[in-house]
Design a protein around this ligand. Sequence first.
Ligand SMILES: Nc1ncnc2c1ncn2[C@@H]1O[C@H](COP(=O)(O)OP(=O)(O)OP(=O)(O)O)[C@@H](O)[C@H]1O
Ligand SMILES: O=P(O)(O)OC[C@H]1O[C@H](OP(=O)(O)OP(=O)(O)O)[C@H](O)[C@@H]1O
Ligand SMILES: [Mg+2]
Length: 322
Amino acid sequence: MSKLTIAIPSKGRLQENTHDFFARAGLQVTQPGGARNYRGAIKGLKDVEIAFLSASEIARELAAGSVHFGITGLDLVHETITDPASSVHIVTPLGFGGADVVTAVPKAWIDVESMADLGDVASDFRNRHGRRLRVATKYVNLTRSYFAAHGIADYRIVESAGATEGAPAAGAAELIVDITSTGSTLHANNLKVLSDGVMLRSQAHLVASLSAGWSETALAGARAILDQVAAEEAARINKLVRARVPDRAAALSAAAEEGASELFDGVQDEVLTLLCPKASVPACARKLIALGATRVTVETLDYVFGEENPLFAPLAVKVTAA
Ligand SMILES: Nc1ncnc2c1ncn2[C@@H]1O[C@H](COP(=O)(O)OP(=O)(O)OP(=O)(O)O)[C@@H](O)[C@H]1O
Ligand SMILES: O=P(O)(O)OC[C@H]1O[C@H](OP(=O)(O)OP(=O)(O)O)[C@H](O)[C@@H]1O
Ligand SMILES: [Mg+2]
């Protein structure tokens, strides 16, 4: 496997946003074999191959080293991969697919508000009924470690393949662990999240496999992709700010207080050209005007490529050491 293989969700909640993410970075994903063919490509990058898989398969393939990059939820990374730190590298969060993995109990359990309360109920339940409390979930591993960390041992997991929130009403379990974003499914099923019941805040991430064969070709492909991703991100979170100021040094240090820096350092133009975090632009402009600028102009950028790539460098260190 010398090409770089990127696994992306072929269905479900992460699919559409994943395509938007690549499009923003100027990367066009193509599916030459049609929508039912599970291999694709990226226009203009001949050494990059796309594998269309489900979000949970992507986590498995990353752990197995059969793909280099994957886009999947952090929930699936932690549930599916035994020791994530040793087998994958988190490249960057993607800003979509946000949802929490939570412990939820029936609203009718008015005395149960926290994991500690749940621990008490679990022991009582066993004494009273002679069987253990049942937790319906597909997050078996996350549940085991979170419950253990809260000292809860008197329970049994009932593996759920879907519609987990229905399990208590159906009599299949007493409580659930599942993922939620709007909370409407929990509410519709008369369930409430425990006060300290959020076990993981998840969102979609770009993840790299440490055990995939990182050939020279694969690394070059990764560099090409991450250059565009990093350039788009830098352009999205910053603005270009220009002003003519009487005292460059004073203006630069005022701008630095707002997180802005010279776009092309070492250039002694009359006009100061700054890269400034979006949210700090108004404050930065006020300071520049206070320091003698008559006008401050602000522009939106498409890409900011840099000599250093903050996404590629840490990955390269890990995969070349592996
Ligand atoms: N409200 C949500 N509910 C569930 N998952 C969400 C939500 N919001 C974002 N996600 C993310 O989407 C991921 C994939 O969920 P999705 O339902 O699309 O896959 P799936 O079809 O259930 O996958 P599979 O068929 O492999 O089980 C979740 O693991 C999670 O990271
Ligand atoms: O907080 P909410 O906005 O109500 O979303 C939560 C629901 O969404 C997910 O199911 P999904 O629709 O993905 O179906 P699935 O269980 O078949 O994957 C999850 O398992 C919850 O049931
Ligand atoms: Mg789902």
